[in-house]
Write a protein that binds this ligand. Structure first.
Ligand code: 28F
Length: 639
């Protein structure tokens, strides 16, 4: 906190130290200096606009990526106050962009909701500290003001009025200091921004967000959803077959806590549950989700007893009612509490009852008014319960078999000798021939090989009992060693890296997609923990005289060929499958930790991943074909 000081320079020194600290250790403030960290700079600014939306003063945000690579964000809120801030002796605008955590928390209006932007709402000053330059325009009281910062906020001219205006709001334009970020992290990714702001528009009914990318010919898109979460569910379920034709929706406010809930049942086997507090995704759930499931379970059981006088009163579990359930729970809370540092698990107790009460009435009413859909939902839940019991038996059987055979690892697994998870790696290899080369070429000390025969089962469209009866799936579960589902225990994991190594062709990418779907649905912690990787085999080998050069991308091939003087004789071999390389080539090009490349699989955005896996792997073929053409690459991968 800035102490009260009447001489400007002591607090200005404090300011410089604050911003300097950010430049010295950016990872402390934005997670890390990869592509995700770069986009935190944008989220911090957008979150300040969203705070104005949540406070009820703004309902239009314009985001532009400019030709020079800078980003502009503008809202039509009140405009940051331009008066001199009593604690810092500079304008409030300057304070917000030069003092850490100076957003709403800095003695500001703590009424209304604060979006805990990205990482604990570090505020706009971090974006300033990590930018080459940053300009703030404030439109307030009929006047336009501007202040310019350069070199990470070190230098600035003071706030000055630059004209009159009839606009209201705040506009921030900044160019990140890309030298701070990893190599290759040198520009904003419009898909990442678009995905995030689309989700934000769903979560703030009626908010209009306009995104323009001036680097492209005509990229100008506006998101505005007057249906809020209803529109969100419709989008998520676009490629699934619905059981409940309508989306069941409820919203309300109680004790200054805003609650919005929407749900729809589909024929999918997967639950798709997304929950948010003040627009931030709570991926570990919390009391808001608990209240929601309390309600659904109770209403389903009541319905069974009262309407179907179903005497066998089958005891359903939360797992059973989740099958095929798409639901979004969004809470707006003035003082949210979380468990742990990452703010992914919401813990305010009162919310559990508020959500429970709110959705119970609407869900019960829906069941009574739609007996056909209710019947289908109940039938589905009964099947889910049955398959759950079957899965438990199947797992028990596997465990007993393992136990009897002293937990033999799957026959096909060529294990490594080291048990030090820090260094061990498991390659999941497509097909026996590549599996053979991998077993021959590998480093037996730290590298294990699990060859898969043929297609992996599509876990998006199979019930769990079928899954646990599939050999490939069981082999992976056993090889990983950490069990699965409720009994999953990451400390039992037997490898530090799980590397998917498939052919670079269509078949290989289909198997990779099936594996990623399985990991996303049943081993999400492995993805979130950064354990899952994709091997990058070479696409070509270019031979020029004695020199053999392995080429990994089309771009690399063009560059390499363009550098070869005319008339030189070269031969280009295109690798269609891993099996075309012998064990030595496979080792040196794709497996040797010294010079291979691995792509780490990372979930950029939960709701997008949900949509992707259900569309790509879900039931409706037509939608899948359409989705694939629209979204060529779906998993954003970092090298
Ligand atoms: C493009 C980014 O940053 N918009 C913002 C406001 C409005 C107020 C405010 C912001 C009070 C003392 C903390 C105005 N009038 N868009 C934005 N709009 N900050 S940031 O106040 C700052 C707080 O310091 C605002 C009355 N109350 C609040």
């Amino acid at each position: 906190m800035i102490k009260k000081s009447n001489n400007y320079d002591s607090s200005s020194i404090q300011v410089l130290e604050g911003l300097e600290a950010v430049r010295k250790r950016p990872g402390m403030y934005i997670g890390n200096v990869d592509n995700k960290g770069l986009h935190h700079l944008v989220w911090e600014i957008i979150d300040n606009s969203i705070d104005e939306v949540l406070a009820g003063y703004s309902n239009k945000i314009i985001i532009e990526i400019n030709k020079d690579g800078s980003a502009s964000i503008e809202d039509d809120g009140r405009g940051i106050p331009v008066d001199i801030h009593p604690k810092t002796n500079v304008s409030t605008v300057e304070t917000v962009f030069t003092v850490l955590h100076a957003g709403g928390k800095f003695g500001g209006d703590n009424s209304g909701y604060k979006v805990s932007g990205g990482l604990h709402g570090v505020g706009a000053s971090v974006t300033n500290a990590l930018s080459d330059w940053l300009i703030v325009n404030v439109y307030r009281d009929g006047r336009e003001y501007q202040i310019n910062f350069t070199d990470g906020g070190q230098k600035s001219d003071t706030l000055k009025q630059i004209g009159d205006t009839n606009k209201r709001g705040t506009k921030v334009t900044f160019l990140p200091d890309f030298s701070i970020f990893n190599d290759g992290v040198d520009s904003f990714d419009i898909d990442i921004i678009s995905t995030r702001i689309k989700e934000t528009a769903y979560l703030n009914k009626g908010l209009e967000i306009n995104l323009i990318d001036h680097r492209q010919e005509d990229y100008n898109i506006t998101y505005k959803f007057n249906g809020g979460l209803i529109d969100f569910i419709v989008d998520l379920n676009e490629t699934s077959e619905k059981i409940t034709a309508d989306v069941i929706y409820a919203e309300g406010t109680s004790k200054n806590i805003g609650v919005e809930v929407a749900l729809q049942y589909t024929t999918s086997y997967q639950p798709r549950i997304l929950s948010y507090v003040n627009n931030i995704a709570t991926t570990e759930g919390g009391t808001h989700e608990q209240g929601f499931f309390d309600a659904i379970l109770r209403i389903i059981n009541n319905y069974m007893t009262n309407q179907l006088n179903d005497k066998d009163k089958q005891k359903f579990t939360r797992e059973d009612i989740k099958e095929g359930l798409t639901a979004i729970i969004s809470i707006k809370h003035p003082d949210p509490m979380y468990e742990g540092q990452t703010k992914q698990k919401f813990t305010n107790l009162a919310v559990r009852q508020i959500v429970n009460k709110l959705i119970s009435e609407k869900f019960e009413q829906y069941l009574l008014e739609n007996p056909t859909s209710s019947g289908q939902i109940l039938a589905k839940i009964r099947l889910a319960a049955k398959s759950r019991m079957a899965a438990v038996r199947a797992k028990e059987a596997t465990r007993r078999k393992d136990y009897l055979e002293f937990s033999t690892l799957p026959g096909k697994l060529a294990d490594c000798s080291s048990r030090n998870v820090e260094e061990t790696e498991l390659f999941i290899v497509e097909g026996d021939s590549a599996g053979g080369s991998a077993k021959m070429g590998r480093d037996r000390e730290i590298q294990a090989i699990l060859p898969l025969r043929g297609k992996v089962i599509n876990s998006e469209r199979a019930r769990i009992d079928k899954l646990f009866n599939n050999n490939e799936i069981n082999s992976m579960i056993t090889a990983f060693g950490a069990s699965i589902g409720e009994s999953f225990n990451i400390s039992k994991l037997r490898y530090g890296k799980i590397i998917i190594m498939t052919d670079a062709d269509v078949d290989g990418s289909h198997i990779r997609t099936l594996l990623l779907t399985f990991f996303y649905r049943y081993f999400k912690q492995l993805i979130e923990g950064g354990y899952i990787y994709i091997a990058c085999p070479p696409l070509f080998k270019i031979t020029r005289g004695k020199i053999e050069k392995y080429i990994y991308t089309e771009k690399e091939r063009e560059e390499y060929i363009s550098k070869i003087p005319k008339g030189t004789k070269i031969s280009i071999q295109r690798y269609k499958g891993l099996g075309e390389m012998n064990d030595h080539q496979l080792w040196e090009t794709t497996m040797d930790p010294e010079n291979r490349k691995l792509l780490k699989v990372d979930i950029e955005d939960d709701s997008r991943a949900e949509k992707v896996f259900s569309s790509l792997m879900g039931e409706l073929v037509e939608a899948r074909r359409e989705f694939i053409t629209k979204n060529a690459l779906f998993a954003k991968l970092d090298v």
